[in-house]
Design a protein around this ligand. Structure first.
Ligand SMILES: [Zn+2]
Length: 292
């Protein structure tokens, strides 16, 4: 049970503070449902009117949302690292993606190193469970689940840093990832051999953290991001090839249209010049494209 009994001073303020701490520490995540009023009041050991007051304050502060008939939930407190105006620019400018991956390489490296030093036994249990879920998804060949657990594993590593800024900044970054702002993750997972390589990289990060080896964890996390970077470049190159091939196709289409235009221009002339040359005109038109 994550909610603690309040021993003394059973005020709404004390409840608010407890929920705030849980949100700040990343224990309560956006969208998490709070227990029902009766249950929660019992857990915290306060009266229901006091709890109701506390929920009202939490709602006013934007930390909790109550949906009629559904209950109270942790609000979407994950702030956007970037404004809505700049996000589409990231999508359309390649340098932004490269910069994002570079930023993540550094930050993830540090997060993994911190995690190796700071992860508690409980953290290590969560980390192990998450990695095992990833293995299971991999064996099941469940693409989407594996990609979702990928994000979750990075989130858990962020939580192992016990640094509130890391936890919330990384979460915000991963949201950009899941929304496909920088690159389409399914593209990377679809790369030949990528699934096995990514799993090996995640295993290397996981094992280094469990071994409490910060330098190895840092290197493993950086290597993981370098691989993503490499994939991005390759996808880009393929995209480039696609663009070139498309231009070629356009040129082909334009040439074919031009030939068709010339043919229709020539044909009525021939047909009008002399009725007897109709057959020859047809031959000429048919022979035309073969000569070009
Ligand atoms: Zn990953």
């Amino acid at each position: 049970m994550i909610f603690k009994k309040i021993e003394q001073n059973r005020t709404a303020d004390a409840i608010v503070r407890q929920v705030e701490e849980l949100v700040l520490a990343g224990i309560l995540r956006p969208g998490d449902k709070l227990p029902g009023e009766r249950e929660l009041a019992k857990m915290i050991d306060v009266s229901r009117p006091i709890l109701r007051d506390a929920i009202k304050v939490l709602e006013e502060r934007g930390l909790v949302v109550t949906r009629h008939g559904e209950g109270s939930f942790v609000a979407d407190v994950t702030g956007a690292v970037f404004s809505e105006a700049i996000v589409p620019l990231f999508h359309n400018h390649k340098k932004a993606t490269a910069d994002y991956v570079e930023f993540r390489r550094e930050v993830e490296g540090t997060a993994a190193a911190f995690a190796a030093v700071r992860a508690t036994e409980a953290d290590r249990t969560i980390l192990t469970r998450t990695f095992e879920a990833m293995l299971a998804a991999h064996e099941k060949d469940d693409f989407d689940e594996e990609a979702a657990i990928d994000v979750e594993l990075h989130n858990v590593i962020g939580e192992c840093t016990h640094n509130l800024v890391f936890i919330h900044t990384l979460r915000s970054c991963y949201r950009l990832l899941t929304s496909g702002v920088f690159y389409n993750r399914s593209l990377i997972y679809g790369f030949p051999g990528a699934r096995d390589k990514l799993l090996d990289q995640h295993r290397a990060i996981y094992e280094a953290i469990i071994a409490r080896d910060p330098e190895r964890a840092r290197r493993a996390a950086a290597a993981h991001m370098e691989y993503v970077e490499e994939c991005m470049r390759e996808i880009d190159r393929l995209g480039g090839w696609e663009a070139v091939a498309e231009l070629r196709l356009k040129k082909h289409d334009a040439a074919a249209a031009e030939r068709a235009r010339r043919r229709t221009r020539r044909e009525p002339k021939r047909a009008g010049a002399a009725g007897a040359t109709g057959a020859a005109g047809a031959t000429g038109a048919a022979g035309g494209p073969a000569n070009e």
